[in-house]
Unconditional design. Structure first.
Length: 400
């Protein structure tokens, strides 16, 4: 019983990671490599591009067919596969379909959003979905939302779930002053009945329909805009299947995946028909690897699962990027912060923000410099800079 209890605690409560974060000797990997966006020369193009960033819940490359590097006999993402050939993906493989490697502080949705908008892992107390309070969600971080707000962007974030889950409402309000359109907003605005509840709130196909209206509004503000969305129908356990979804597969989760990706592509095709698309970049990325243990029960443990990723319609100078920088990359979610900015034509002095590297630049990432396993072990450990700078409100703001 004692042995079983210890093994369970190590796996489920992540005691090794907690020990490394709070008790093991500190690591300087963040301290030595952190680039503060406040002190970095960041130059936007004269005509600022719109940005649409869609986090696809648990969407990973294992859902592809085996001939494409996936694990399925039949491709569960045919529409996304076709769309991928129209844009840019970054792969850890020599072939097109691959993605970021799982890093410390990246394994759940809230962390993923923090990674991709701060260039940092999320190193916080043990309850990852009960973090943050008003004006106190990584108060020392300078995020993508902060930067785009300063540049005059109109910003909206949309969830079919309650944005208070995991403190996301605090994060997006304090870092960018986003308009938050979540489950509560939909009820208050009469988009859904007051007592409506499906899955985490309301379904992804509704989310995409509401997003069309919001994009139309954003495109008419006269400002560059930034729309963030997160889907939910492919969340564990087993996913949610809309009443509109076909069921070609015996497995419930497979049907949820197939329908979710097809709805995503339908939404993207609608965007591509709009007049604002010419000056808009779309980022699609799986937020993290799926946690649905039943679906992956029979997977070969040596098969490396990675998140789906795609950048559509990047800035003109990026469209002809050297193909050599797209494959055989070792990178993490936090590398997406400078990479996303680069995709909308932003020039970044030194090509690094946070500890993330602009993948378009071809410069080595933290994983490529230190090695994946070594870097990940170091990221688990205490960072004095993170504790003293990122988790604490800057002195200049304390006086306000």
């Amino acid at each position: 019983m004692l042995s079983g209890g210890i093994a369970y605690s190590i796996e489920k409560l992540q005691l090794v990671q907690l020990y490394n974060a709070y008790f093991a000797p500190k690591s300087d990997i963040i301290d030595d490599n952190y680039v503060d966006p406040r002190n970095t020369e960041i130059t936007f193009p004269e005509q600022k591009r719109n940005l649409i960033h869609i986090y696809l819940e648990s969407m990973e490359n294992s859902y592809l067919s085996e001939d494409l590097g996936g694990y399925m006999k039949e491709n569960l993402m045919p529409e996304l596969t076709e769309l991928s050939y129209e844009g840019i993906t970054f792969s850890n493989n020599p072939t097109k379909f691959g993605g970021p490697l799982q890093a410390t502080g990246t394994q759940w949705s809230v962390a993923s959003m923090v990674n991709m908008t701060t260039g940092l892992p999320m190193k916080v107390p043990a309850k990852p979905n009960a973090y943050g309070s008003k004006d106190n969600f990584l108060p020392g971080a300078y995020t993508l939302g902060d930067l785009l707000k300063y540049q005059g962007y109109e910003q909206t974030v949309m969830f079919g779930a309650d944005a208070n889950f995991g403190g996301l409402s605090y994060y997006y309000q304090s870092h960018g002053d986003f308009k938050i359109m979540d489950y509560t907003y939909a009820k208050n605005e009469g988009l859904i009945p007051p007592d409506y509840k499906q899955w985490w709130g309301y379904e992804d196909d509704k989310l995409y329909e509401y997003a069309k209206n919001e994009l139309t509004r954003l495109s008419q503000t006269g400002k560059p805009f930034h729309l963030v969305m997160e889907t939910a129908d492919t969340h564990r356990p087993g996913g949610y299947l809309s009443v509109n979804a076909p069921t070609p597969y015996d497995d419930h989760y497979a049907n949820a995946i197939a329908y979710s990706q097809s709805e995503t592509v339908k939404f993207v095709r609608w965007i591509q028909q709009q007049p604002f698309y010419e000056n808009t970049t779309i980022v699609l990325i799986g937020d993290h690897l799926s946690m649905d243990t039943d679906f992956f029960e029979d997977f070969d443990p040596n098969y490396l699962r990675t998140q789906y990723n795609l950048i559509l319609n990047p800035a003109q100078g990026i469209q002809n990027v050297d193909p050599a920088v797209l494959t055989n990359r070792q990178y993490a979610n936090f590398d997406m912060f400078p990479t996303i900015l680069s995709s909308i034509g932003v020039k970044i002095e030194g090509s690094r923000l946070g500890i993330g590297t602009d993948l378009f630049s071809g410069k080595k990432t933290i994983f490529e410099e230190y090695g994946y396993e070594k870097a990940n072990k170091e990221l688990e450990k205490k960072s004095q800079l993170y504790n003293d700078t990122i988790l604490v409100k800057p002195e200049s703001e304390k006086a306000e």
